[in-house]
Design a protein around this ligand. Structure first.
Ligand code: T5A
Length: 212
């Protein structure tokens, strides 16, 4: 199988937040966006799945409990299609304009949820996800690490994926940590139990370093 070396945009900055359910990704993505705007940067705050018109349809299908059971491969391909559209319509154009793109979830979520969670073949899955995203990699992925039993109590209603077993979410957590350990230069792993502001400062420090 072809090896994917990864492509890093030469313009703009691509930052990704990853982690399990309720880890605080959206909270931290918003904070980082606000502070970078205060610093004078143009920021695009985005998320997967669902930040394009086509992606919104995919999001409804994969997350609505009313969808019921989906074949694992169908689910993986829907997430991949969302990514392809997201990269094409949102992420690459903004990076080419030299902007900061902050995404709430990206390829690692597929490797963790569909790979470790659903137990699809990770090499095959990675091939699909890298192909869908033209192998564009974030300059930095912030992994907010949290014990799933804590994260799952941070909200009340559960979608199709959140409703999976604790074991499923534990496999997802381990997969995220494994991805970060394999490429430490491009990851910042933080304890998501920490105070919101403490986490925000650690993220901002690292990102400001990349921007300077
Ligand atoms: N998925 C996604 C795949 O399976 N494959 C893929 O390829 C992709 C891209 C997306 C789902 O899709 C799956 C993964 C997901 O299951 P979603 O609705 O977009 O689902 O939800 P999530 O990304 O999981 O986001 P959540 O809303 O669950 O959690 P966040 O964004 O991590 O957390 P946030 O910021 O909304 O915070 C949750 C609560 O915790 C509090 C907040 O105030 C909020 O109440 N909080 C903290 N509390 C204590 N201490 C802290 N440090 C806190 N930080 C936040």
């Amino acid at each position: 199988m072809r090896d994917f070396p990864g492509f890093y945009s030469e313009s703009g900055l691509f930052v990704c937040f990853e982690g399990g359910e309720g880890a605080g990704k959206s909270t931290q993505a918003r904070r980082l966006g606000d502070r970078l705007r205060e610093d004078g940067h143009v920021v695009v705050l985005t998320r997967e799945p669902g930040d394009t018109p086509v992606g919104a349809e995919m999001r409804r299908i994969v997350l609505d409990p009313a969808t019921g059971e989906l074949a694992d491969r169908t689910e993986a391909l829907l997430y991949a299609a969302d990514k392809a559209e997201h990269i094409h319509a949102v992420v690459r154009p903004a990076l080419e304009r030299g902007e900061v793109v902050i995404t709430d979830r990206y390829v690692d979520s597929t490797l963790a949820y569909q790979g470790a969670g659903r137990a699809l073949d990770v090499d095959e899955l990675e091939w699909v996800a890298r192909w869908a995203t033209e192998d564009l990699r974030p300059h930095l992925t912030v992994l907010l690490d949290l014990e799933p039993s804590t994260g799952l109590t941070r909200f009340e209603e559960r979608d199709r994926i959140e409703g999976e077993s604790l074991e499923f979410h534990q496999r997802v957590r381990e997969a995220f940590l494994g991805l970060a350990a394999a490429d430490p230069d491009h990851y910042l792993v933080l304890d998501a139990r920490d105070d919101v502001e403490k986490i925000a400062i650690a993220v901002l420090d690292r990102v400001r370093g990349l921007l300077s």
